[in-house]
Each structure stands twice: as structure tokens, then as C-alpha cells.
Design a binder for this molecule. Structure first.
Ligand code: HPA
Length: 299
């Protein structure tokens, strides 16, 4: 654990050695969620540099379909803001230690990045949410964290941050305000909610009873990422913004009773699938790309 800073420094030094010509410290790090890798297309096509995760000291390989596993360095918007973009992230369900899943955010912290924007695919629990809606995260419930699986567990390295990191202001108000400003000026018609993200470890999708439980404790969406990254970014002093794309609507009704024959509606109707998640991502990713571009360009 005491070596995280040193390892992150090695990763950061390697990335600096790959900077495009005249590139300065990236101001923003962007994490592209499942099916949202298109966000990388908003970087100026010239002066882009791609670094596969496999080449970066300390990085693991991303194993999930829809995650290519590379960093892209470049500029966004008319103000040419230098950014670093993660296409493909690490999840603890892939078998990684939760501290390893957030190693890239440690590297960004050492690099001097000041804002983290994380995007993800999530299941809607709030009954007013539909597939394709966007939710700006304004709070979270860290289920594994509450149970002891936490990225800041163990020795605290003061070079990153404090032992008892407050999280009541984790989701920066000014950045959320920029999202709404951007959505208005871009005339985005898609619903943009604000709400609470419940982080679960996966890889199974939730049971009906688990969905009802998460709903009861105040979650609006559920997903398997983002929260560890946000925690570690806040620990390192970065400002954070996170957005969920609702790719499926959680099944919350009790299953049909075994006492009666099933009606024509099949029991697997509405069950979350990875294909569904990728499909909704494609359709809505353009809007998310434009919002991210607006936010970055107006920081
Ligand atoms: N549950 C957990 N993670 C998810 C879901 C879901 O329903 N949809 C997309 N990611």
C-alpha cells in the first residue's frame, strides 16, 4: 500500500514521456463507461496520442466487452483543453483488487489532473426513469464500501489525502451546473435527472429483491463502477463529475407465483442483459459526448 504513490509516479512518468508535442498537464481526466467509448471522438483528431494499458507501468488489462483498454491524450473544444481519456475501466468483478481498479486515478492525481469526469451505464431503479435517460450523480451509496471493501482501506498515504475523507460534497455543484447549462445550450431533449447511484460489485445483475432493497434505501440507479474512482479522486483533491446513462430498467416486481401457470408475458421480460446495455449506450452516447465537450470547454 505504501508503494501506491511510487507506482503511480512510475505510471505518470511513462505517460509524460508519451505526451504529444507542446502538450501540458492534462486538466481533465475522462473515464468512458460501457458503450460510451465514443466520448474519445470529441478529442481533436490531430495531436492525439493513444497508449494501450498494457504498456503503462502498473496498469492492468481491461477484460470487458465494449472496453478497448487504452488512454488517449489530446485536446477538447475551441479552448483546446488538454485531457486524458480512459477508454475502458477496471472493475473489481474482473478479479482485480479494488485498489488496483482505481490505480489509473492515482496516476492522474500524480500527473496533476484537476477534474475527473466519469461516465457509466446503469440500471434505473427510480420508476420515473426510462432507458436512454441520463442521470447526473449527486450522491452515492457504496454497498461494498459499507461492508468493508473500500479503496481507501489500509495505510493512508498523506501525499494523496486525508485519513477520513469527507464525501458529503463529492459531486461538485459547479460541474453539475455546467451539465445543465450545456444541455440547454445544446438543446438536448433527452431527460437529464439528478440522483443517487448505488455501487454494487457485480458481476451478476441484481435480483428483484435486491432492486427493491436498493430502491428502499434511496438509490435511483445501480451500477458496478464509478464510486471507487470518485472516492479516490476526491481523496487526491480532484473535483468530480459523474453521469449515468440508464441502459435498462431494473425489474422490481416479485416473480410470478409458482402456484399458477405463467400468463403469456414471459418471466425473463425486462431482465438486464449486457447487449441491452451496449445498445442504449450507442444511441445516447452522442448526447453525452456533447455534454462532456461543453463542460470541459467551459471549465
Ligand atoms: N445493474 C448493475 N449494473 C448495471 C446495470 C444494472 O441493472 N445496468 C448497467 N450496469
Amino acid at each position: 500500500m505504501t508503494e501506491i504513490y511510487e507506482n503511480a509516479k512510475k505510471g505518470a512518468d511513462f505517460i509524460v514521456s508519451k505526451y504529444p508535442e507542446n502538450f501540458t498537464t492534462p486538466k481533465v481526466a475522462i473515464i468512458c463507461g460501457t458503450g460510451l467509448g465514443g466520448i474519445a471522438n470529441i478529442l481533436h483528431p490531430d495531436s492525439k496520442v493513444e497508449i494501450p494499458y498494457g504498456e503503462i507501468p502498473g496498469f492492468m488489462k481491461s477484460t470487458v466487452q465494449g472496453h478497448a483498454g487504452k488512454l488517449i491524450l489530446g485536446y477538447i473544444g475551441s479552448n483546446k483543453i488538454p485531457v486524458i481519456c480512459m477508454v475502458g475501466r477496471f472493475h473489481s468483478y474482473e478479479g482485480y483488487d479494488i485498489k488496483d481498479t482505481v490505480f489509473p486515478v492515482r496516476v492522474f492525481t500524480v500527473l496533476g489532473v484537476s477534474v475527473l469526469i466519469a461516465t457509466n451505464a446503469a440500471g434505473g431503479l427510480n420508476q420515473s426513469f426510462s432507458i436512454g435517460d441520463i442521470m447526473v450523480i449527486d450522491d452515492h451509496i457504496n454497498i461494498p464500501g459499507l461492508a468493508g471493501l473500500h479503496p481507501l482501506k489500509g495505510h493512508n498515504d498523506e501525499r494523496f489525502g486525508t485519513r477520513f475523507q469527507p464525501l458529503s460534497d463529492a459531486y461538485d455543484h459547479d460541474l453539475r451546473f455546467l451539465v445543465y447549462q450545456g444541455a440547454e445550450s445544446l438543446e438536448i431533449s433527452r431527460s437529464i435527472h439528478e440522483g443517487t447511484y448505488a455501487f454494487v460489485s457485480g458481476p451478476t445483475f441484481e435480483t428483484r429483491a435486491e432492486c427493491r432493497y436498493l430502491q428502499t434505501i434511496g438509490a435511483d440507479v445501480v451500477g458496478m463502477s464509478t464510486v471507487p474512482e470518485i472516492i479516490v479522486a476526491r481523496h487526491g483533491g480532484l473535483r468530480t463529475l459523474a453521469m449515468s446513462l440508464v441502459t435498462n430498467v431494473a425489474v422490481i416486481d416479485r416473480p410470478p407465483s409458482g402456484k399458477e401457470k405463467l400468463p403469456e408475458k414471459k418471466m425473463d421480460d425486462g431482465i438486464a442483459s449486457h447487449e441491452e446495455v451496449l445498445e442504449a449506450g450507442k444511441a445516447a452516447s452522442k448526447d453525452i459526448e456533447q455534454i462532456v465537450k461543453y463542460v470541459v470547454n467551459n471549465l
